[in-house]
Design a binder for this molecule. Structure first.
Ligand code: UD1
Ligand code: CA
Length: 429
């Protein structure tokens, strides 16, 4: 961990056109900057995040989930730009890596080429078919000569296809000596970090490129970039799970949160969405189902099921249009069209079509407890709090308002009336 890391995240993110700070936009279940922090924490014990715009909100979000991160508020009024962001930062180690808060696809492995390059200034570069938007990098005989920002490029310079990927490794000395000497004499009147390259070259320092892969260094500036970066991250996440033995049908239509865990041999059918810290173990999620912060063990759900937070399904089968919330189902069959909220249902019980736990009375939520081998017929309303003991039968259409003892039948029926020839009288002409 012999290096310090500085993460730049003070920009206004103007191109995002959003009230929310850019680095807090979600990608695959986490704010963008958390992905960068995850990579940083694998490489360093001294991490500083540079903030300005909405700094309190960003700091709070980070401190809620990470410990030991340092923060620096940039003096943007006097020193705008990526160079201004690095003024007066103390680092613990001699070697300093500078990362961008808006590059969520970065990882420890992605940064390996940068770690390996030995130079006074090492910088990540990409070769792109379409270099639009990036700073262009002039390289001669394996050394970097200078970086020209897009808005400062001549026509010839615009054609350069090697671009600055925006992450660097410099010595503490470079940081301390070069940053205060930067000027803002350019089209944007900003202090560009990228100018340290030209200064280094002029003063005989070694400035080397580290060639990296675009899929790990996609910068997010707009909502289109956000969508692209998410697509790229999804591809990485799903590839990894498929390599671990998960089956995915039409993976392009499947969404898997980066915090989800898939174990054993799961099948995810097309259009499934796995959100939050869900855990699936030998689970079969059928088409167009949504699983959110829920756990499925040897169970199947869907098509078109919704398994909501704090639900645990063990050896259970949940069919189409079934919604489960804050419930534990063990060895249960609920084949069609039902809602199980705030309930516990035990081994061998069957929940018929259209069964609803009436868990909410308008003020608070109440529990429904169902024992073993209970048969709940179709279209029952279970008015919670209510307990059904083992081996009970609840007849179809029952509105259950009292507890049911072991082995009992519970049946509620409004009397059935039949009126002869009513149709003909009612519609007479
Ligand atoms: C920057 C590089 C460009 C490179 C590109 C890669 C400079 C001058 N340009 O351009 O060469 O190709 O990244 O994506 O460095 N930030 C601050 N303080 C500021 C301004 C920005 O902390 O005053 C932060 C931003 O929050 C962001 C990062 O620095 O995380 C990069 O800033 P951004 O404005 O996105 O730079 P680019 O135009 O992408
Ligand atoms: Ca950027």
């Amino acid at each position: 961990m012999a290096q310090s890391i500085i993460i730049l995240a003070a920009g206004f993110g103007t191109r995002m056109k959003s009230k929310k700070p850019k680095v807090l936009h979600d990608i695959s279940g986490k704010p963008m900057i958390f992905h960068v922090l995850d990579a940083a924490q694998k490489l360093s014990d001294d991490i500083t995040v540079v903030l300005y715009f909405e700094h309190e909100m960003i700091r709070e979000a980070i401190e809620h989930c990470y410990e030991g991160i340092r923060f620096k508020i940039q003096d943007v009024e006097n020193y705008p730009g990526t160079g201004g962001a690095l003024r007066d930062i103390e680092t613990v180690h001699e070697e300093v890596m500078i990362l961008n808060g808006d590059m969520p696809l970065v990882s420890e492995e992605a940064l390996a080429p940068l770690m390996e390059v030995k130079a006074d200034i090492a910088m990540t570069v990409l070769k792109l078919d379409d270099p639009g938007g990036y700073g262009r990098v002039a390289i001669k005989e394996g050394s970097v000569e200078k970086i020209i920002e897009q808005k400062d490029c001549s026509k010839e310079q615009l054609a350069i296809d090697t671009v600055n990927a925006g992450m660097y490794k410099v010595s503490k000395t470079i940081l301390q000596e070069y940053i205060p000497r930067l000027s803002n004499d350019n089209a944007g009147h900003e202090y560009y970090l990228t100018d340290i390259v030209e200064m280094g070259v002029r003063e005989g320092k070694s400035v080397k490129p580290a060639y990296v892969q675009e899929r790990y260094f996609k910068g997010v500036n707009s909502k289109y970039d956000l969508a692209k970066a998410e697509e790229m991250m999804q591809d990485e996440i799903k590839k990894r799970w498929m390599q671990e033995g998960i089956i995915m049908k039409l993976p392009a239509t499947i969404y898997v949160d980066c915090r989800a865990q898939l174990r054993g041999e799961c099948v995810l059918e097309s259009g499934t969405t796995i959100l939050g810290h869900s855990i699936l173990e030998n689970a079969h999620v059928k088409a167009n189902s949504v699983i959110e912060d829920a756990e499925l063990f040897n169970s199947c759900a869907g098509p078109m099921a919704r398994i909501r937070p704090k639900s645990i399904l063990k050896n259970s089968h949940v069919g189409n249009f079934v919604e489960v919330k804050n419930s534990t189902l063990t060895g249960v069959k609920a084949g069609h069209l039902s809602y199980m909220g705030d309930s516990t249902i035990d081994e061998g019980s069957n929940i018929g079509a259209g069964v609803i736990t009436c868990n909410y009375d308008g003020k608070s939520k109440h529990q429904t407890l169902i024992g073993k081998n209970v048969f709940v017929g179709s279209d029952c309303q279970l008015v919670a709090p209510v307990t059904i003991e083992d081996d009970a039968i609840i007849a179809a259409g029952t509105t259950l308002t009292k507890d049911v003892k072991k082995g009992e039948l519970a049946i509620s029926r409004a009397p059935l009336k039949r009126v002869a020839d009513f149709f003909y009288k009612f519609f007479k002409n």
